[in-house]
Design a protein around this ligand. Structure first.
Ligand SMILES: Nc1ncnc2c1ncn2[C@@H]1O[C@H](COP(=O)(O)OP(=O)(O)OP(=O)(O)O)[C@@H](O)[C@H]1O
Ligand SMILES: [Mg+2]
Length: 582
C-alpha cells in the first residue's frame, strides 16, 4: 500500500489516528479514508468497524439527550399542575409505592435519583395530580392525627395499634418511628399519632408528664400581684385565705381539732372593675409564696396548682358536653389534690390547690331556661358539698366571682360562698389608697400628695363643683336619686383615667409643651372623662352593672345632669394653678 504521508513521521500510526488528527486538513483525511475503503486490509476493516461503533454510540447518546429533554419538559408540566400530598412507603428501582390521602396506594416514578435515594418510609411527598411521579418532598412533616395505642410489631415492618380503644389496625410506621421501636425507646402501650386514612403511624407521643392530662389546670406563670404593693384597700379575703393556707400547711392538726374542713370557699361579688380578679391574683401569688417557704423550692419551680373555669365558656362552647366537663374539672381537682408532689430534692409535699370559678352567675342566670342548666348547676353544687370527703379533706381553695350575687340562688350561695366578700365602689379612703398605688411609679408634677389631695377634693368635697352626674327614678318612688362623681369610682376606672392622664402628659412632653410630668389638671380631665363615659353607658336596664342600686329598687329612668365647664376650677391644693386652656 502506498501512503500519501511522509512515512518517517507517522510510520506505525494506525489509520484511525490519522483520521482523528485535527492538525491535518479535513480534505486530506477524507482522501486517506477513501483509499482505505477501496483497498480493504485487516487494518482498514477494523477501522470501518470502529467507525460503525462510533456512529452507533453517537446515535444512542443523542437519543438519550433527547429523552432527557422530554423528561424535563414533562416534569415541568407535572409540577405546574395541581399537586397532591402523599406518603412515601418504599421504592424499587425507579418505581415508588406511595399512599395517597384518600388511602389508595399508587405506584409513581421518582425522576430525581437523588430524591429517590434520600426518601424514607413515612416521608411526606408531593406527587402530580394523577400520582404518576414523586416530584419533591413536602415542605414540613405533619405530626397530627388520631391517637392510638401501640400493641405490637408485625412481620414485614408493620405495627398493630388500637384505635379509639377498640378497633385493631395494622399500619405502616414511619422510618423514624420504626427506629425508635427497634431501639426500645418506644414500647408497646405507648401512644402513637396515626393517620388512620393513610394507615400510617406517624410518631410516638411523648409520655405524659403528669400534668398534661389536666385540661383545666392553668399553665401560666404566677401573677406578680402583691396585695401590699399593688392593691389599694386590699379586701380581707386575701389575708383570710393566706392564713388558712398557712395553718393548713404548717399546723394542719389545729383545724382538725376543731372539726374544721381543709377546704375553703369564697364568693367574690361586685360590679365590674372593682378588683375581684386582681385580688384573686394576689391570693394566687400568696399561696405560692407560702408553698415556696414550706418546700424551700423557688416559686418558678413549683408545679401548676391552679384550676380556672369561666362559666360562660362552659355554657357557650361546650353546651351539650357541659356536665361532662364539670365532672372532669372536679375529678381533676380531686386527683391533683390527692397526689403528693415530689420536689427536685426528692422530698414529698402535700400542696394546696386553687380553683377559680369565674362568672358563676352565668349558670344561675340560665336556670329554668333549659334543663341542662339545672343539671350543670346541680352537678356543681353536689361536687362542692362541704360534706363530701374530697371537699372536706383536701386543701383546696375555691374562689368564685360574680357580678350579680342576687342571680345566684340561695343554696349555691350558701355552699359556694363559705365567705362572701363584697367588692364595691370606692369610698374616700379607698379612692386615695388605690390612686396612690396606681400613680406611685409615675412622674407627677409636684409629687403625688397634692394630686391625691386635689383629686379627692374634686371628687368628694361636700359643696364643691359637683352638681351630680345622673339622676335615677325608681319604680314606685317619687324621690329621684342623684349620683355624683364619687359614686362611679372603681379601681378599673381609676386605672383607665391614670393611663389617659399619662398619655396626655407624654404627648405634651413630646411636643415640647410640658416636660415636668403629669399635672393635677391632666388627672381631673381624664377622671372627668372616664366618669362621663361610664355615665353615658347607663340605662334603666343595666344601671346595676355600673353603680350600686339599693336592694329591691328597680330603675325606671336615667337622666343625665348638665355638666359645668371643667376649667377654670378651684382646686383646693393648687390655688396657684387656676386656669389652663383645655
Ligand atoms: N383595689 C385596687 N387597687 C388597685 N387597682 C385596682 C383595684 N381594684 C381594681 N383595680 C384596677 O382595676 C383593674 C380591673 O380590676 P379587676 O379586673 O380585678 O376587676 P373585676 O372586679 O375582676 O372586674 P370584672 O367583674 O369585670 O371581672 C385592675 O387591673 C386594676 O388595675
Ligand atoms: Mg374579673
Amino acid at each position: 500500500m502506498k501512503s500519501p504521508f511522509p512515512q518517517k513521521k507517522k510510520k506505525n500510526a494506525p489509520i484511525g489516528q490519522f483520521l482523528a488528527d485535527e492538525s491535518l486538513p479535513v480534505d486530506h483525511r477524507r482522501e486517506i479514508l477513501k483509499m482505505n475503503l477501496l483497498e480493504p486490509t485487516p487494518e482498514s476493516n477494523q477501522l470501518m468497524d470502529e467507525i460503525i461503533a462510533v456512529m452507533k454510540n453517537q446515535h444512542a447518546e443523542s437519543a438519550f439527550l433527547k429523552k432527557n429533554e422530554q423528561l424535563a419538559t414533562l416534569i415541568k408540566e407535572l409540577e405546574s399542575g395541581p399537586l397532591r400530598a402523599a406518603v412515601f412507603i418504599s421504592v424499587d428501582g425507579k418505581t415508588a409505592q406511595v399512599m395517597l390521602e384518600d388511602g389508595l396506594i399508587a405506584f409513581s416514578v421518582v425522576p430525581n435519583e437523588k430524591l429517590a435515594k434520600s426518601l424514607r418510609k413515612g416521608d411526606r411527598v408531593l406527587v402530580d395530580g394523577r400520582a404518576r411521579a414523586i416530584l419533591r418532598r413536602a415542605p414540613a412533616p405533619l405530626k397530627i392525627g388520631d391517637e392510638a395505642v401501640f400493641e405490637r410489631r408485625v412481620n414485614g415492618g408493620y405495627v398493630e395499634v388500637t384505635l379509639r380503644g377498640q378497633e385493631k389496625c395494622v399500619f405502616y410506621p414511619t422510618q423514624d418511628l420504626e427506629e425508635k421501636i427497634e431501639s426500645g425507646e418506644v414500647e408497646p402501650g405507648a401512644k402513637f399519632i396515626v393517620n388512620a386514612r393513610q394507615s400510617i403511624a406517624i410518631d410516638a407521643l411523648p409520655p405524659e408528664d403528669g400534668f398534661s392530662s389536666f385540661k383545666f389546670l392553668v399553665n401560666e406563670p404566677v401573677p406578680d400581684v402583691l396585695a401590699e404593693r399593688d392593691i389599694g384597700n386590699p379586701p380581707a379575703i386575701i389575708q383570710q385565705v393566706a392564713q388558712h393556707v398557712d395553718i393548713e400547711m404548717n399546723h394542719p392538726e389545729l383545724r382538725r381539732e376543731f372539726g374544721l374542713p381543709r377546704s375553703l370557699m369564697a364568693l367574690l361579688t361586685g360590679i365590674p372593675g372593682t378588683g375581684k380578679t386582681l385580688s384573686i391574683e394576689a391570693i394566687w401569688k400568696k399561696i405560692y409564696e407560702i408553698m415556696s417557704e414550706k418546700t424551700g423550692v423557688p416559686i418558678e419551680e413549683l408545679p401548676p396548682r391552679v384550676f380556672r373555669l369561666r362559666m360562660s365558656k362552659i355554657l357557650s362552647e361546650w353546651l351539650g358536653r357541659s356536665d361532662k366537663n364539670v365532672d372532669r374539672l372536679f375529678d381533676e381537682i380531686s386527683q391533683l389534690a390527692n397526689q403528693a408532689w415530689i420536689a427536685p430534692d426528692g422530698s414529698e409535699h402535700d400542696l394546696p390547690a386553687l380553683v377559680i370559678l369565674e362568672e358563676i352567675d352565668g349558670i344561675a342566670k340560665m336556670r329554668g331556661q333549659d334543663s341542662i342548666f339545672d343539671r350543670i348547676l346541680t352537678g356543681i353544687l353536689q361536687r362542692l358539698d362541704p360534706n363530701r370527703p374530697d371537699v372536706r379533706d383536701n386543701l383546696v381553695i375555691y374562689l368564685s366571682t360574680s357580678n350579680l350575687p342576687e342571680a345566684i340562688d340561695v343554696a349555691a350561695l350558701r355552699r359556694v360562698g363559705g365567705i362572701i366578700e363584697k367588692f364595691g365602689r370606692l369610698d374616700r379612703d379607698g379612692f386615695r389608697t388605690v390612686l396612690e398605688k396606681q400613680i406611685s411609679r409615675l412622674p407627677i408634677k409636684g409629687g403625688p400628695e397634692p394630686v391625691v389631695a386635689g383629686l379627692t377634693a374634686w371628687l368628694f368635697s361636700p359643696n364643691g363643683s359637683d352638681p351630680g352626674v345622673i339622676e335615677l327614678d325608681y319604680t314606685g318612688s317619687t324621690n329621684p336619686d342623684k349620683r355624683y362623681r364619687r359614686d362611679f369610682l372603681t379601681g378599673a376606672l381609676i386605672n383607665r383615667a391614670v393611663r389617659q392622664a399619662s398619655e396626655a402628659a407624654a404627648t405634651e412632653a413630646y411636643e415640647g409643651k410640658n416636660g415636668s410630668g403629669i399635672h393635677l389638671e391632666h388627672f381631673v380631665e381624664s377622671m372627668n372623662r372616664q366618669i362621663l363615659a361610664t355615665a353615658d353607658q347607663i340605662s334603666a336596664h343595666n344601671a346595676d352593672r355600673f353603680i350600686e342600686i339599693p336592694d329591691s329598687a328597680r330603675v325606671a329612668n336615667v337622666r343625665r345632669i348638665p355638666q359645668p365647664d371643667l376649667f377654670p376650677l378651684q382646686l383646693q391644693t393648687q390655688p396657684e394653678h387656676p386656669t389652663r386652656k383645655s
